[in-house]
Design a protein around this ligand. Structure first.
Ligand code: ARG
Ligand code: ZN
Length: 884
């Protein structure tokens, strides 16, 4: 059933308190829910009270203490409806039975390696008990958990532990109380054999908070980085946003089986193992960075999500976009801002832009959904974060903070909308941002065209901007958007010109910051076309446009190649230096793709090689920046620019350029590898991370040559590595080329690490994403590997998701990749619809390919959609993919 934003209605009934009781058992779990209900509107109500419920066995229902007769309610597979509830306030008690041990969907209450745990967002609470499962129903909860003391020594829920004790028959119980009102999606329960690392944090107002990270005993040593990350996050939120933790206890629990990354349940965050557990030997710099970011993310939700939550699920970006933005800022402040920005923008280009140009395009506030879980997309999260970032770009750090303060002042304890956030931001800054709200309602990536001209006589430099938002499913016509374009003008010596005044909208605006010259200004571009004229510009400048990537758009400027090389070498905005290199690389790849398709010989232009050589040789640039700057745009990014995506051509061209660069820059690359070795103990700090990033990037280039000396070098790096970052990078470098060396290295690595399932997942992913010919067969074989398990999402994402991430393999012209995925999706759907639906999304852009591929992919989608007993999750994605 499709649900629409426009149909939103306030709830007729409110729940004030919810007292839950769980009797955990191996065969069945009994859930008793006592709810204090009150009318949702002043007039009172006599309408039926409809409760959501799914896979529940109803044992009894009482209203004000009396059992409800069966003619007073109806039950269907999705609801329990009380036909004529009493007027005014009343109590309701519902007892249900559930079977967590059979729950492989990993939503609601389920078991993971013997322990009980929950995942309620978005709509999983209805798998625990009958409830108004919607975020605008906020209540105070208590939770009493009862279970076997030996099997489940640890019993956790939200809030404070207020009572615990032993019971007859080897059982015990714990009673938790959460003093804050919350929607049911933030409810959590964990029970099992866990141990904790304990630490504490004293907040700015002097509250001592106990911090506990719970894992199986053997993993405890791997939780120190997560604990460090948590304390840094708590400190950062106080310093940057004045936001303090509000309880005396904060728990994090690690579970191996989890659909998403993690979950921000009030004071009881649940994480999949990969995002908590780390040791230098077994986790990479990338893992360490992901842990820092996600621990921060879930912690930051305590204010942006929990204290202020969403009115309905259409507003999801209100909490996710904002919280992703906050975690991005946190990681930037603790690491390197430019490098973090580059990584985030690359992700946006590789995943969100393509999706927004396909049948699953949707605005960050979707208009309808069948399964909300399908809308935890990059659009809502990462594009949402870009939208939040634009407020900061417009209002500055202090204006943004004012907006946040007002938002909490107005809405603490409420379930609100994206307009409420917009209003707080604008009101706090006495501003109005025309057309800005379009970012919430229009799908599709705007393209901004820029043409520049310089008039020597009047010393005026003009930028003419035009914008176009492409049509997307259901939205043929678009309104112009508010686009902040950060601009600097670079003079012929490579320095930023001071900007004095600008003319637009018939008005002249003086640019200065209390008498200090300014070098970057933000143009407020909000119409289809607009001209901005800079005055007092003494020579023709090279404009540095969209500095720091100030808006999530495609920029199409009239900068020439030599302008771009100039910016690559000189721009004071490091992001735009990288960007100039990327634009050059995209142009190059694009033209080589055309050559390849016309069967011309490929040749690399020497200016490009020289540009990269200069970057590689720089001693002043940050090493991680260099690593990013010499990395070519991904295959997805290039295919996204083609009218008919050609994975073979793009792959051939990218491989060609890589090898050619490795060949021509071999000495510099070798020098970078050698000079960036270190015998110091592993540390996760920017300098060490940057050094390893540069070394590993160079090693990958070199190994692509597949020559004996570089193979020897990579083998040596592999053997001598003392941390996973370098070991895995060397393994990846070696496994680029098919052959015995590859096979031996992969086997050796598996033998070393087979006891560590997180490392084994990496090993699956490495092979799955490989571009070597005929990889479908390898992946098929790995499906049957004893270490693979279809029920563990992390392994599925590594192996199946990884495979779909290699365009040449997944889009193999014979359709073998499609056929493989089609079969796997149907298998997966029976186990875990959320995971299956994430996998089926790989098909969604099938129309972007040639006719042969289209027919093959379409056949798989049709096969899937006609399967019996298909989940709504997979159905929605398949349906939308076929429709557009
Ligand atoms: N709110 C979670 C986070 O920020 C996302 C998890 C939602 N889970 C789901 N199955 N839809 O990390
Ligand atoms: Zn989140």
């Amino acid at each position: 059933k499709e649900i629409f934003l426009k149909d939103y209605k306030k709830p007729d009934y409110l729940f004030d308190t919810v007292d839950l009781e769980f009797q955990l058992g191996d065969e069945k779990t009994m859930v008793t829910s006592k709810i204090a209900v009150s009318p949702g509107n002043e007039a009172g109500t006599s309408s039926p009270l409809a409760l959501h419920g799914c896979d529940l066995k109803l044992l009894s229902i009482k209203i004000n203490g009396t059992e409800l007769k069966s003619d007073k309610y109806t039950v269907d597979p999705r609801h329990l409806t009380i036909l004529t509830p009493p007027a005014g306030v009343f109590n309701m008690e519902i007892v249900t039975e559930i079977y967590p041990q059979l729950n492989t969907s990993l939503e609601g209450l389920y078991r993971s390696t013997g322990n009980f745990c929950t995942q309620c967002e978005a709509e999983g609470f209805r798998k625990i008990t009958y409830f108004q499962d919607r975020p605008d129903v906020m209540a105070k909860y208590t939770c009493r958990i009862e279970g076997d003391k030996t099997l489940y020594p640890v019993l956790l829920s939200n809030g404070n532990l207020i009572e615990q004790g032993d019971l007859e028959g080897g059982k015990h119980y714990a009673l938790w109380e959460d003093p804050f009102k919350k929607p049911c999606y933030l409810f959590a329960l964990v029970a099992g054999q866990l141990e904790c690392r304990e630490d504490s944090f004293v907040t700015c107002s002097g509250r001592k908070v106990t911090l506990r990270i719970w894992t199986p005993a053997q993993d405890l040593p791997k939780t120190s980085h997560a604990m460090y990350s948590l304390k840094e996050a708590m400190k950062w939120d106080e310093e940057v946003f004045g936001l303090e933790y509000d309880l005396d206890l904060f728990n994090i629990v690690v579970v191996p089986d989890f659909n998403m990354g993690a979950m921000e349940n009030k004071s009881l965050n649940v994480f999949q193992s990969r995002l908590v557990l780390a040791s230098p030997e077994a986790a990479t710099d990338g893992d360490y960075a992901a842990i820092l970011g996600v621990i921060g993310h879930e912690y930051f939700h305590n204010w942006t999500g929990n204290r202020v939550t969403c009115r309905d699920w259409f507003q999801l970006t209100l909490k996710e976009g904002l919280t992703v933005f906050r975690d991005q800022e946190f990681s930037s402040d603790l690491g390197c801002r430019t490098v973090k920005r580059i990584a985030d923008v690359s992700k946006l280009r590789s995943y969100q832009f393509p999706q927004d140009a396909g049948p699953m395009a949707h605005p960050i506030r979707p208009l309808s959904y069948i399964k909300m879980d399908n809308f935890y997309t990059g659009q809502l999260l990462f594009l949402g974060a870009e939208v939040v970032r634009m407020y900061k770009t417009m209002f500055g750090a202090s204006g943004f903070r004012k907006g946040m303060d007002l938002y909490f002042q107005r809405h603490d304890g409420q379930a609100v909308t994206c307009e409420d956030f917009y209003a707080a931001m604008c009101d706090a800054n006495n501003a109005h941002l025309p057309n800005f709200l379009q970012w919430y309602s229009q799908a599709g990536t705007p393209t901004v065209k820029v043409t520049s001209s310089y008039d020597e006589g009047s010393q005026a430099f003009s930028l003419k901007l035009s914008q176009e938002v492409p049509p997307t499913p259901g939205q043929p016509m678009k309104e112009p958007m508010f686009i902040p374009v950060a601009v600097g003008l670079v003079d012929s010596t490579g320095k930023d010109m001071p900007l004095t005044s600008i003319y637009s909208d018939g008005r002249v605006q003086t640019l200065s910051n209390d008498g200090h010259p300014i070098f970057t200004t933000v143009l407020q571009f909000k119409k289809n076309e607009e001209e901005f004229i800079f005055n007092n510009v003494p020579e023709r400048p090279v404009p540095s446009l969209l500095r720091g990537y100030s808006a999530p758009i495609r920029l199409d400027s009239d900068l020439t190649e030599s302008d771009l090389y100039f910016l690559l070498a000189n721009d004071s905005d490091e992001f735009n230096r990288w960007e100039a290199g990327q634009i050059l690389a995209r142009k190059l790849m694009f033209s080589l793709v055309a050559d390849f398709q016309q069967q011309k010989t490929l040749a690399l232009n020497t200016k490009f090689v020289d540009g990269l050589r200069a970057i590689l040789r720089s001693t002043s640039l940050d090493k991680e920046f260099i690593a990013k700057a010499i990395t070519l745009p991904g295959q997805g990014e290039i295919m996204d620019m083609m009218s008919i995506a050609d994975p073979d051509a793009v792959h051939a061209v990218r491989t060609f350029i890589k090898k050619e660069l490795a060949f021509q820059l071999k000495d510099d690359l070798l020098a970078a590898v050698t000079s960036n070795r270190s015998s110091e103990a592993y540390a996760f700090n920017h300098d060490s991370v940057a050094r390893r990033a540069l070394k590993n990037t160079c090693l990958a280039y070199l190994a692509s040559l597949n020559e004996p000396d570089v193979t020897e070098l990579a083998l040596n790096e592999y053997k001598c590595a003392t941390n996973m970052t370098e070991q895995f990078a060397a393994l990846a470098a070696l496994s680029q080329n098919p052959g015995q060396v590859r096979e031996d290295a992969l086997l050796d690595f598996y033998n070393k690490w087979q006891q560590d399932y997180l490392v084994v997942s990496k090993w699956f992913a490495l092979q799955a994403t490989s571009d070597i010919p005929g990889n479908v067969a390898n992946v098929q074989k790995l499906l049957a590997h004893p270490a693979f398990d279809m029920r563990n999402p992390n392994k599925v994402y590594s192996l199946i998701g990884g495979f779909c991430g290699s365009p040449v393999s997944f889009h193999a012209k014979d359709g073998s990749g499609y056929k493989f995925l089609g079969e796997v999706v149907l298998q997966l759907d029976k186990i875990n619809p959320q995971v299956a639906s994430r996998m089926v999304s790989a098909f969604s852009r099938w129309r972007r390919y040639d006719e042969t591929r289209q027919a093959l992919a379409k056949a798989q989608l049709e096969m899937i959609i006609s399967a019996n007993g298909l989940s709504e999750n997979v159905y929605e994605i398949a349906l939308k993919s076929l429709a557009a």
